[in-house]
Each structure stands twice: as structure tokens, then as C-alpha cells.
Design a protein. Structure first.
Lengths: 258, 105, 75
């Protein structure tokens, strides 16, 4: 909590409360009182994705109309990413990777709406996704190549006297992967929303005590506009990077020596 | 040369009937066995990975609850986390070896 | 020197992490430009790995920002 004023009045800089997970106030007296805003927005994401994809792929014709073109672009994106990185055995993972991408992307976009809650601004949710990817990597690697898959920790062409050190470093970096994978998405979204809140608080004129701060707030409004555009770009880019890295880690499980 | 004046019209009818016969057979062979194995492994992978995460969660939350009950604050939390993750990884490797043995047949 | 002041000093010092991120991003994009200028047809081939490299390097800058924000608001 940033208490910046010294007179003891309620501070205008209320930066971290936008990330609180609380039960929804609307459902307080119903049997569904346990539903939190995080769960609600996750459900909303799934509903939006399902609705959109069903709407776009209904009445599929050979010569696509506008909606079908959009859904074909989405599927081409998924297949293109998989063909680039995973090779010919990777077609089985398109479903998983495209689902991850759509979920993260739509959740980030929905978090940009006013008064909404960004689902992936909590390390718990991003860690869940990253550990699922980590688990899939181990499972797919061992099921395709047996226990010899753990030989990726000892890369070829390493001199024997250097091998113990290299193996230790490789194992540590392997276990650091879910950590950085989840931390990247979490930190980008949290930092982006905090910066938006700070600039937005100034631009809305809160804490304005003189003409200078009011004018400064007015000048900050285009900056807020540009920052929001940047945040939409970050929403797409971070979803893309999350899925891309998941695909890269899976490619190491499917095909350890490329 | 339009179709009505085409001298090979009977040949086209023959071709059409042969395509009609071949079409269901093509549809059956479309997904080869290698792809079926890969598809099944992919969906099993998600299920097993989900169980892995749930195992870690159970270990961590159980350790935390044990901590709150007994009072040793960080100890069982950390121990539960590592125990849950080791158990989860062991479960995943066990199932993966099962799948590898099954796919060899 | 109240503890509040140390928090602000700590948050300010944590932003030095962006230096590494800036240098890394400049290196990555610079080498992409050099590679594309030598062989313009290879631009789509490198584009995937450009974004992977960008995200991996940017991640550490964002970690530094996260630590700065955590020092300011969480501790």
C-alpha cells in the first residue's frame, strides 16, 4: 500500500488493489457466493473464445466468407507455428498450443476493459500453465524416447572432464524454465497494469493540488492513450511468446537432438 | 469442347464411379497409425501434466495445513512442496514408461 | 532516514536492471538487421527467433521492474 500523503488522508495512489481476488459482490447472497472475479473472468474468456470460434466456423463453405477467413487465419497461425518448430510429428500438439494461445490472448485483452480483472496478473495462474507445459515436456520426452531422454542433460561433444559441471548447469537451467516461463507473463502484465494505473491516476487529475498538476494531467492523456495501445500489443506479444516457448520446449521433448 | 460433345464421356462416368468406391477407403486410411499414436500421446500428456500440477498443489497445501496445525511455520510447507513435486515427477515418468511400452507393440 | 526513504532508494536502484535489457535488445535487433541486410530473403525465417530472443531478453528487464515495484509496494 503506497501511503504517500503525510496528513493521514486516504491516499489517491491505490495501485495494488486492482489485483485483489475477491468474491463477486453481485453473487453475494446466492448459492454461488464463492465465485471470485478471477474465476468469473476465466469463465468469460472461455465463453468468448467458444462463442467466437463457433460463430466464425459455422456454415463453412469452400470459398470462405469474412468470418471463416478470420478463423482460417487463426488456424493457419497455429499450424504455422507448429510446422516451424515441431516438425511433422507436431501436428498432434496444435490443439493444445492453439488453446493456450487463445486463452492467454483473450484473457489479456479482456483485462484491458475498464474495471475488469486481468486473469494472468497472478503468479499462481501463470505458474499453473507453465508447470503444465513442464510436465508435458517430461511426459512426452520419456514416453517417446524412454528414460534415455534424460540424456539431453549431457550434450554431445562435451569433453569428459567438463561433463559433471555441464550436467549440473543443464539440470538447473531445465528446472529454471517453468520459473522464467511463468514469471515473464506475470511480470509483463502486472507491471503494465501498474504503469497504466499510475499514469491514469495522474491523467484523471487525482492528487491535483495546483494548476501545474492539472495541466500536467491533461498533457498525460495522450500518453495514456499510447500506453494503452502498447498494452494491447503486449497482450498479443506475451501470449505469442508464451505459446512459442511452450512449443520450443515441446520440440525438445519430441526431438531431443533436432 | 463441352461435355455433351465429349467422346470420352463414358470414361468420365467410369472415373466417377471409381472415385465413389475409393472415397470411403481413403477416408479410413487418412489418419495413419503414427499420427494416431502421436494424437493419443498429446492428449494423455495434458492429462498427466494436469495431474502433476494437482499433485504439487496437494503436497504444498497439505504441508501448509500441517504447518498451521502443528505450528512449525515454514518447514512442512517446503517439505510438502518438494515431496509433492518429486511424487508428481515420479508418477509422470511411471506413466510415460507405461505408454512407451504400450506403443512399442 | 525513515524506512520509507530506503524503500524509495531501493526501488530507484533496482531500475539499473534495465541497462542490461536495453543492451541485449539492441544487440538482438541489430544482428537481425545485419542478417536481413546480407540476405533479404531470410527475413521470414529469422522472424520467429527474433521474437523469441526479444521476449527472453525483455523478460529480465521486466523482472527488474517487478522487483522495483515489489520493493515499493509489497515490502
Amino acid at each position: 500500500m503506497a501511503e504517500k500523503s503525510s496528513e493521514g488522508e486516504k491516499s489517491a495512489f491505490d495501485l495494488m488493489h486492482q489485483f485483489d481476488i475477491t468474491p463477486l459482490k453481485v453473487l453475494a447472497d446466492t448459492p454461488f457466493a464463492f465465485v471470485t472475479n478471477s474465476a468469473f473472468f476465466m469463465l468469460l474468456t472461455v465463453v468468448v473464445i467458444a462463442f467466437l470460434m463457433i460463430l466464425l466456423t459455422a456454415n463453412a463453405k469452400v470459398v470462405p466468407g469474412r468470418g471463416q477467413t478470420l478463423s482460417e487465419m487463426i488456424f493457419d497461425f497455429g499450424f504455422g507455428m507448429v510446422d516451424d518448430i515441431l516438425g511433422k510429428d507436431g501436428r498432434a500438439y496444435v490443439t493444445f498450443l492453439l488453446s493456450v494461445f487463445l486463452f492467454v490472448f483473450v484473457a489479456n485483452i479482456l483485462g484491458m476493459l475498464p474495471y475488469s480483472f486481468t486473469v494472468f496478473s497472478h503468479i499462481s495462474l501463470t505458474a499453473f500453465m507453465a508447470v503444465i507445459v513442464f510436465g508435458m515436456v517430461i511426459f512426452v520426452g520419456v514416453s517417446r524416447h524412454g528414460l534415455g531422454w534424460f540424456g539431453i542433460f549431457a550434450p554431445a561433444g562435451v569433453p569428459v572432464w567438463l561433463l559433471p559441471l555441464i550436467v549440473v548447469i543443464e539440470i538447473i537451467s531445465f528446472f529454471m524454465r517453468p520459473l522464467t516461463h511463468s514469471l515473464r507473463l506475470f511480470a509483463n502484465l502486472t507491471a503494465g497494469h501498474i504503469v497504466l494505473k499510475v499514469i491514469g491516476t495522474f491523467a484523471a487529475g487525482a492528487g491535483a493540488t495546483s494548476l501545474l498538476t492539472i495541466v500536467g494531467g491533461l498533457l498525460l492523456t495522450p500518453v495514456l492513450f499510447a500506453l494503452s495501445a502498447l498494452e494491447y500489443l503486449v497482450a498479443y506479444l506475451q501470449a505469442y511468446i508464451f505459446t512459442l516457448l511452450a512449443a520450443v520446449y515441446l520440440s525438445e521433448a519430441i526431438d531431443p537432438h533436432h | 469442347m463441352t461435355l455433351e460433345k465429349d467422346p470420352n464421356k463414358d470414361g468420365l462416368e467410369d472415373l466417377k464411379s471409381r472415385i465413389e468406391v475409393a472415397r470411403p477407403r481413403l477416408a479410413e486410411e487418412r489418419i495413419s497409425t503414427a499420427k494416431q499414436v502421436a494424437n493419443r500421446t498429446a492428449s494423455e500428456a495434458f492429462g498427466v501434466a494436469f495431474s502433476f500440477v494437482v499433485c504439487i498443489l496437494i503436497g504444498t497445501v497439505g504441508g501448509y495445513a500441517l504447518d498451521n496445525a502443528i505450528g512449525t511455520k515454514p518447514l512442512f510447507f517446503v517439505v510438502g512442496f518438494f515431496a509433492g513435486s518429486v511424487l508428481g515427477i515420479w508418477y509422470m515418468i511411471f506413466k510415460a514408461r507405461q505408454v512407451a511400452k504400450r506403443d512399442e507393440e | 532516514m525513515t524506512p520509507e526513504m530506503f524503500k524509495y532508494i531501493g526501488a530507484g536502484l533496482a531500475t539499473f536492471g534495465f541497462v542490461g535489457s536495453g543492451i541485449g535488445l539492441g544487440t538482438i535487433f541489430g544482428s537481425y538487421f545485419l542478417a536481413v541486410s546480407r540476405n533479404p530473403a531470410s527475413a521470414p525465417k529469422f522472424q520467429t527467433w527474433l521474437f523469441v530472443g526479444f521476449a527472453l531478453v525483455e523478460a529480465f528487464g521486466i523482472f527488474a521492474l517487478l522487483i522495483a515495484l515489489m520493493i515499493m509496494f509489497v515490502i
